[in-house]
Design a protein around this ligand. Structure first.
Ligand code: PDD
Length: 278
């Protein structure tokens, strides 16, 4: 399918960006990943609001308004009619023609968006869960900004993969924060727990939806820091993201979580989520 770049729709190979773009030189930009189920953009308003927050966090105005974004994204997904797909969009600060750290004034941002056929977790993954390992959170202090600067996340996820795990759960100062590319939930004595929003974690759109669904269906839940010990003793562990949806972690650092199978509360939440999606 065609991509969107700076006002035009083009075949991917025809999209060209300057090597002087600050996204390339500094990782100076932000992004979003928006799921699209059966041709419908999922929680678009929430994603566009988070995009505004990320842009604000890096001192950039949004180059497009909501209606313009919606028109672009609708046109992209119309290329794969009715399909499950995943939108990726990013805005970088553009180029002043030279490499300088401080933000130059008066430059045009680079605006890019594309759609890809989605690889959402298959029925087997949802039914059997995944393995995860814990790793020290080596990221910076503004993890609430969805920045394209993902080197730490890339290294962390790769280390997990090398060790046979699908996700790394990141530990900062003795507390479990989130995954390398997902948010974290545990279940303890029947209560669903996720860390409160802060600059240590990305405010996940899926995270917020899971909390909403828990409230709607009267499942006990609260936002509270999760200590290392709480994580190790949890009855259930889940990770959530736009691409993983809600996935159970059944093995953590080589030990089974609960009885080593997705737990009963997970089973209920997974059903609420798939009903909501439909
Ligand atoms: N990542 N935390 C981090 C660090 C993430 O990168 C992501 C998502 C999430 C979950 O957010 P959401 O529910 O809004 O997808 C949490 C995307 C999917 C990615 O980088 O591909």
């Amino acid at each position: 399918p065609e991509i969107y770049l700076n006002g035009r729709f083009l075949p991917p190979d025809e999209g060209k960006i300057s090597v002087m773009d600050r996204g390339f030189l500094f990782g100076d930009g932000v992004y979003e990943v928006i799921p699209c189920y059966a041709g419908r953009l999922f929680r678009l308003e929430h994603h566009l609001q988070r995009l505004d927050n990320s842009l604000h966090g890096i001192r950039m105005p949004n180059p497009l308004d909501r209606a313009q974004w919606q028109a672009i994204l609708e046109r992209l997904i119309a290329q794969l009619p009715g399909a499950d797909q995943s939108i990726y969009l990013q805005i970088t600060r553009g180029s002043s023609g030279r490499r300088e750290h401080a933000i130059p004034s008066g430059i045009e941002p680079t605006v890019f968006a594309m759609t890809q056929p989605a690889v959402y977790p298959d029925a087997t993954t949802l039914a059997t869960g995944i393995k995860a390992i814990t790793l020290d959170d080596t990221r910076w202090k503004h993890c609430d900004i969805k920045a394209i600067t993902l080197l730490a996340n890339v290294l962390l996820r790769s280390e997990a993969k090398d060790r046979g795990a699908a996700e790394a759960i990141l530990i900062r100062d003795g507390f479990a924060i989130e995954g390398a590319a997902s948010n974290l939930f545990i279940v303890q004595a029947g209560q669903i727990i996720t860390p409160p929003k802060s600059d240590h974690l990305l405010p996940g759109i899926t995270r917020d939806l899971v909390l909403e669904l828990a409230q709607q269906h009267q499942l006990p839940c609260r936002e509270s820091p999760i200590s290392r010990q709480m994580l190790d003793r949890a009855d259930e562990v889940w990770v959530t993201s736009s691409s993983k949806e809600v996935t159970a972690v059944v093995e953590l650092d080589g030990h089974p979580v609960g009885n080593g199978r997705p737990g009963p509360i997970y089973g209920r939440m997974a059903r609420f989520y798939s009903d909501y999606k439909a």
